[in-house]
Design a protein around this ligand. Structure first.
Ligand code: FAD
Ligand code: SF4
Length: 512
């Protein structure tokens, strides 16, 4: 029986069980379509990385003897959406069976469920085999009746389940589950940050095809020396380079930011992980193995911090997504309605921290976690930007942004728009935090120490005004009650001045 199997652009794992045997009755379908490029405005590097990755996988499959039907973005017979091209491929191959791997996004899940129901063929969904837990694994861990989920509890269960960093007695290695308190140092230039990865490909031809097809994008394409891995072999080289050069200092400088390095000691592996060029287990195991081989150079605190991101945060975030969809994207628990400033699309803003973090994002399609959370996200939160606008920007700009991981990070962790379901406190900071963890304030037009003057850092008034505006909601939160009490305790005249300054900043947000 002739079968059509769909491979989505974020399912580029050449080691999926599908590919173990060559079956001439099976056709693998990959497609570059406008329905996937246009549902949000995407960074040029994101479109390039996905199309180039699909083309590499298609070539590998053909080389191994598999039958492949590939729709290029400019092909005349490309229907430009998933269902349309699947219908074409099914008709061409007279297919009686349709299969696809479990998608990670709710939107695509809906499209494919509708196609399965209407395609007139036998249809089946197989696991992508990519995550350590099932879609509903996090929900099952907490049970239906818990009001708030805590990542730490899930993370410990995942440590036990995977055996990663557990000793022979079933206790956490080093006697502690979490070494986060050791991971808070600013970076002053030493040790040197790893060099950028140098496996750059020339994607100039593909970039011309994307432009000729009229696909709207933004940001710097970097097509002639593309800085991201495009297949599993390159992704493995990237993983090895990170474990050798980045992991030893990952823990110490996990929260640091600096104008001289985009990534410091972060891995830049989210893209390869989310496209499934690498599995989360092998990434976490590579870190643990390296630590075991050389604990003097790669400390337990760094290894634990990294493993927690992969088997804890990443899986937990995905579980929250599936538990809260549909509808999560509309959450706006704090009632924030300010439109996203237009300088998010240009980087032209005088606030140096934002100019740097946004400018870097536009240039590289990457920012590390603290830049996303404590600079860009924190500004949006304290300014009161509409969470849906923030979500659209984050979903478009980062090379690793897929809704299952982007949405909970934006709506839940960064904008606290889900009523505190994902995160037990809002994440935000005033200039003191940015000044402590980065060198951004040194080159800034604003004064990080001033709150109310004409050149006062805008974050300061916005930050204190945020606590004043939401004091009722957060005053009893043990994790941030102190900040709220400090805000409430300000003399009335100062409160009025902070409120007036914040209102003026909001009214003039385009000129910051
Ligand atoms: C507002 C906001 C938006 C974000 N959007 C995305 C997104 O669209 N896609 C995405 O993959 N991550 C997102 N993150 C999480 C995190 O910032 C990125 O995974 C990380 O910066 C990627 O860089 P890295 O590979 O160098 O990460 P590292 O710091 O080296 O971490 C290692 C890996 O851990 C995983 N990880 C770490 N933190 C998280 C997290 N909070 N959620 C899920 N996985 C995590 C990633 O796979 C990452 O590659 C977002 C975070 C915030 C605060
Ligand atoms: S002074 Fe304020 S705006 Fe300027 S870099 Fe520091 S925190 Fe950012």
């Amino acid at each position: 029986m002739s079968t059509v199997r769909l491979i989505l652009g974020d399912q580029l794992n050449p080691e999926h069980p599908w590919f173990r045997e060559v079956d001439p009755g099976v056709t693998y379908v990959l497609m570059e379509v406008r329905s996937e490029t246009d549902y949000v405005l995407h960074h040029a590097q994101k479109v390039l990385a996905i199309f180039a990755g699909m083309r590499r996988l298609a070539d590998q499959l053909r080389g191994a003897g598999h039958r492949v039907r590939y729709f290029r973005i400019g092909d005349a017979d490309n229907a430009q959406d998933l269902a349309g091209n699947l219908r074409i491929a099914m008709r061409e191959r007279k297919a009686r069976r349709f299969e696809h791997q479990e998608p990670d996004e709710w939107r695509v899940d809906q499209v494919l469920a509708a196609f399965r129901a209407s395609c007139g063929a036998e249809a089946a969904v197989v696991p992508s085999g990519h995550f350590l837990d099932a879609r509903d694994g996090v929900a099952r861990h907490f049970g239906a009746d818990r009001g708030r989920w805590l990542m730490e509890s899930y993370y410990r269960a995942m440590r036990r389940r995977t055996g990663l960093l557990m000793d022979a007695r079933g206790e956490p290695e080093g006697g502690k589950w979490n070494f986060d308190h050791d991971n808070r140092k600013p970076w002053k230039g030493d040790p040197p940050a790893p060099r950028p990865w140098d496996g750059a490909a020339d994607l100039g031809g593909l970039w011309r095809e994307i432009q000729d097809a009229g696909v709207p994008t933004f940001g710097e394409p970097s097509a002639s020396a593309f800085p991201w891995p495009l297949d599993r072999k390159e992704a493995l080289a990237h993983l090895r380079a990170f474990v050798k050069r980045g992991l030893p200092d990952f823990g110490d400088y996990e929260d640091a930011m600096h104008t001289s390095s985009d990534r410091l000691f972060h891995s830049r592996l989210s893209h390869a992980l989310n496209l499934k060029l690498l599995s989360p287990r092998e990434v976490a195991e590579a870190a643990v193995d390296a630590h075991r081989a050389d604990p003097g150079r790669i400390p337990l605190a760094a290894t634990e911090g990294f493993v927690r991101q992969i088997i804890g945060w990443r899986e937990y975030i995905r579980g929250v997504y599936w538990a809260r969809m549909p509808g999560y994207a509309e959450a706006n628990g704090l009632g924030h309605e300010l439109p996203l400033p237009s300088w998010f699309w240009t980087g032209k803003v005088r606030m140096n921290c934002l100019r740097h973090a946004i400018g870097q994002s536009l240039a590289t399609a990457y920012a590390h976690h603290i830049q996303r959370l404590m600079v860009i996200g924190s500004f949006c939160l304290v300014a009161g930007v509409r969470p849906r606008d923030v979500d659209r920007w984050f979903l478009g700009v980062y090379i690793d942004a897929f809704e299952w991981v982007e949405l909970p990070n934006v709506i839940g962790m960064s904008q606290h728009a889900d009523g505190g379901f994902l995160a037990s406190k809002p994440y935000c900071g005033a200039a003191a935090y940015v000044n402590k963890m980065s060198d951004y304030c040194k080159g800034c037009a604003y004064d990080p120490k001033d709150r109310l003057g004409p050149l006062a850092c805008p974050l300061n008034a916005l930050y204190w005004d945020f606590w004043l505006r939401h004091a009722d909601r957060f005053a009893n939160n043990p994790r941030i009650g102190m900040a709220v009490r400090q805000a409430i305790g300000m003399p009335e005249a100062e409160k009025r001045a902070v409120r007036a300054k914040a209102a003026a900043l909001r009214a003039d947000i385009e000129s910051l």
